[in-house]
Design a protein around this ligand. Structure first.
Ligand SMILES: [Zn+2]
Length: 69
């Protein structure tokens, strides 16, 4: 799980909506890395558990840890 800044709604007024900070699971981060120029992740910021589950596929940190064992 990684906390990432992603491209959001560019027509929004606030920077928080244009570049939301969300949690993404390792699978989604890896998938984004294969998108080339179409990638959605602006930057990776470590991991903040308070932001909850993966924004894209709803995998929780617990699910992710379990999938690795
Ligand atoms: Zn995910």
């Amino acid at each position: 799980m990684k906390t990432c800044v992603i491209y959001g709604d560019m027509s929004a007024d606030s920077a928080a909506d244009q570049y939301p900070t969300v949690n993404l699971c390792d699978d989604c981060v890896a998938a984004d890395g294969r998108q080339g120029e179409n990638h959605q992740i602006v930057s990776k910021e470590g991991y903040d558990p308070d932001l909850g589950d993966c924004e894209w596929c709803s995998t929780s940190a617990e699910d992710e840890a379990e999938a690795k064992t």
